[in-house]
Design a protein around this ligand. Sequence first.
Ligand code: FMN
Length: 343
Amino acid sequence: MLYRLLRPALFALDAEKAHGLALQGLRLLPAGKPAPAQGPLACRVAGLDFPNPLGMAAGFDKDGEVPDPLLRLGFGFAEVGSITPLPQAGNPRPRLFRLEEDQGVINRMGFNNHGGQAALKRLKARFGRGGIVGINIGANKDSTDRVADYAHMTTLMAPYASYLAVNISSPNTPGLRALQDEGALSELLDAVLSARGGNGPPVFLKVAPDLQPADVDAIARIAIDRALGALIVSNTTIERPALQSRHAGEQGGLSGAPLRDMALQRVRDFRSATGGTMPLIGVGGIANADDAWQRIRAGASLVQLYSAMVYHGPGIARQITRGLAERMRRDGFSAIAEAVGTG
Ligand SMILES: Cc1cc2nc3c(=O)[nH]c(=O)nc-3n(C[C@H](O)[C@H](O)[C@H](O)COP(=O)(O)O)c2cc1C
């Protein structure tokens, strides 16, 4: 309600400025305690106990500054990052665009972040607070050895991460998505898993929605073979479905409502390629409880969002989790895990 009043003022600002203000506002929230398990919404995935299945997706809190305030807003988990070994400025501004008429976002941020050491300090300091905080890792744009970047970030972050998310699907770092190819992906995951060691957190892999059926099959096979904790499906798309907004022609990754059907279809594709043996995290265009419920019924054990927070504000986590609980009751499910892949 309050957000509806604030939104016009925020939308009058450049999108990145507005995002900076949102982060500042969240920093003012006392950290508090993470939400306790929420009855039927509580779920166990990759050995972790999630109080509810809705998380904040990577990119909102790139430097790990506000994971605890995000949990306080009612998210069951927060994924911070992507974080690269060295600080980097990212692409020139403007690089973030609201597509209001389409309820979408285009970004070409380019992994702007303060680097591994700065994030480590913060994440180490909050570690004892509990709550599920995933750390999403990436490679520096100018790195001459990207596999080594991921391995380094794994070693650095593993002790402070509930899970690590290996992001090889940002469209804004040239060549990054090539790491999704079979040979490169196997080599990368072997390096990450070896850097993590036997007792480290589960490793999740975040993929692009722009994949051919053969890519889906190969990624599914490699993920199962390496016993990854989950696949995060998906990042932003480089495709451009029909869009109305004046920013539709901007380069970068498209997210929000225009990504929804494609990301939903990829969850279905990965569900069928994995035969339900690998947990999936559905992300892309989820803006309400119906979207979240549909993604779960399609095969996602957990869901995440980012763009919808821009349009609907910080109350969205509670709106969606409340709505999910209602839909579970309506459809006769007493646990999220029972509903996964049933629709
Ligand atoms: C501005 C912006 C920055 C993002 N940065 C990252 C990132 O650093 N790492 C990552 O894995 N995903 C990043 N994403 C992708 C989101 O995590 C998510 O996969 C995508 O936006 C689809 O979800 P949505 O439609 O709910 O926004 C970013 C998205 C946006 C809009």
